[in-house]
Design a protein around this ligand. Structure first.
Ligand code: UN1
Length: 498
């Protein structure tokens, strides 16, 4: 296990460095804020500059390294991640609060991503096509984009950086990781693992600090070719605007207001398990979390009673304790945000069925614990039904028909994940077609996307790109179209002599 507090540093051109300003920040345990987990540099524009320079320099050789050889490094990273899984999971649980089993799952997602991305090194397919002309050949090949700035959140502190770094590197890019300031220790250990795999210097750089300093400097930097950002829609809109102005390719994975529909013909026990896991897993701090339960009126009363019973039994606690089911929120401002939404709910006329307040348990009073909360009498127009809360709060909305359920599900500014519990195959297929979201689960919860499939959403959830799976290769490569004319003469195109 890692001994805390850790002294985390930036990693630039193969060297571990303090910020040029020497300024330092702290990361604390959200289950007990008296405990410092790590100190880390509060970097600025000059640190970003050094990282961009290193990444640009390293790019020249890396892009010429054959993709299968690049992939071998990624495979090796997966092996080391597997060896160091427990150490990383424990640190994650300490640093951002998720229960150990979930932290292991987060690291496993990184390992899965390594295995998948390494395979991409031997695919990286282009197309071959006939030409309009005789003795001429046409094809497309993929080229790397260049230097990528990867800005990642704290809720999946290993999986999400892996989703971005691994495909980026396999495609021949070099990267600068700017991790969330709530999880600098996880990011540092992860980059140490990349280093341990023997990656050449400058390919992976790590710059810690505040989003509005380091993040801003990165997205504005002329040496950055691509920005991949996961975070709130509000920040994402600004990142997108800056990248638009400076002609950078940008991939945005933003908020969600995901719903699970439970129809009158659903297996209620199954739907219940899904709802609890979707709403309260990771303390509701997933962009895929279930924050609306759209319940058919014929099962609503029964299902609500089942839900209350199960929620009451959830064990809140420190993520590092083995029987914990729900950990703390990540920091004070998240706790304040969730508390604020409870006020909003109250003012809008929603009714708290359970929870609704900061946990007062003596054992947990030094942590950012909020009780798992169910809000009843919620209507689709309420702010609590439309805005992302990012905490253990689920809203109940009653509907009278399947058509109404789909309409309510779609009635939000977001479109990431969705779920329908029904035993009617016709409804399942209709849902697949009509739901406006990037991900739809039939008889499964809204969380739990797998790394070999596209991840992302529609509307304010993003800008049309997808992460993970082969979709990630589309993000991290440019198409080049190549024509080979072996006729030995000028063949003029777009001259109509037919
Ligand atoms: C996120 O919350 O930003 O689908 C990612 C899931 C996880 C990833 C969540 N595999 O719930």
């Amino acid at each position: 296990m890692v001994t805390t507090p850790l002294t985390c540093l930036n990693y630039i051109d193969g060297e571990w460095l303090a910020a040029k300003s020497q300024a330092i920040l702290e990361s604390r345990n959200p289950a007990d804020w008296r405990e410092v987990i790590a100190t880390f540099p509060s970097s600025g524009a000059e640190d970003v500059d050094a990282a961009v320079m290193a990444a640009s320099k390293a790019y020249h050789n890396w892009r010429l390294t054959p993709a299968p050889a690049r992939a071998e490094f990624i495979y090796r990273i997966g092996e080391i991640l597997l060896q160091r899984k427990e150490e990383l999971a424990y640190l994650m649980s300490q640093e951002m609060g998720k229960p150990l089993a979930e932290a292991r799952g987060d690291v496993q997602e990184g390992i899965d991503c390594a295995i998948y991305s390494a395979g991409e090194g031997r695919r990286m397919f282009g197309q071959t096509t006939p030409s309009e002309m005789p003795n001429k050949f046409a094809m497309t090949v993929r080229s790397p984009v260049g230097v990528c700035a990867l800005i990642t959140p704290w809720n999946f502190p290993v999986a999400i950086p892996c989703w971005k770094m691994m495909p980026a590197l396999v495609c021949g890019n070099t990267v600068i990781l700017k991790p969330a300031k709530d999880t600098p220790a996880c990011a540092t250990l992860l980059v140490e693992i990349f280093q341990q795999a023997g990656l050449p210097n400058g390919l992976v750089n790590l710059v810690h600090g505040h989003g509005d300093e380091v993040g801003q400097a990165l997205i504005e930097h002329p040496g950055i070719n691509l920005v991949s950002f996961t975070g709130s829609s509000q920040t994402g809109a600004e990142v997108g605007a800056t990248c638009g102005r400076t002609f950078k390719r940008v991939c945005l994975e933003l908020g969600g207001k995901n719903a699970q529909i439970v129809m009158d013909d659903a297996d209620l026990e199954l739907a219940l398990e899904g709802a609890i896991w979707g709403a309260f897993g990771t303390t509701g701090q997933r962009c895929t979390a279930t924050s609306r339960l759209i319940l058919h009126r014929d099962i609503k009363e029964k299902f609500t009673a089942m839900l209350l019973d199960k929620t009451r039994k959830l064990r809140l606690g420190k993520g590092t304790e083995s029987d914990t089911e729900v950990g703390p929120l990540v920091n004070k401002s998240q706790l304040e945000r969730v508390s604020y939404y409870l006020e909003v709910a109250h003012n809008e006329g929603a009714k708290v069925l359970i929870g609704g307040k900061v946990c007062t348990d003596e054992q947990l009073k030094h942590g950012f614990f909020f009780e798992p909360t169910i809000l009843n009498h919620v209507t689709p127009d309420m702010r609590v039904a439309r805005e992302e809360i990012f905490g253990p709060v689920v809203t109940l909305i009653e509907v009278s028909s399947f058509e109404e359920a789909i309409k309510v599900l779609n009635d939000t500014p977001y479109g990431l994940s969705s779920s329908v519990y029904t035993s009617d195959v016709n409804r399942a297929f209709q849902a697949m077609r009509d739901i406006e979201a990037g991900i739809t689960y039939i008889n499964g919860p809204t969380i739990g996307a797998e790394v070999h499939l596209p991840f992302g959403g529609v509307k304010q959830t993003g800008n049309g790109h997808r992460e993970a799976g082969s979709a990630a290769i589309d993000v991290f490569t440019e198409w080049k179209t190549v024509y080979v004319d072996f006729s030995g003469r000028l063949q003029r195109a777009q001259i109509d002599n037919r």
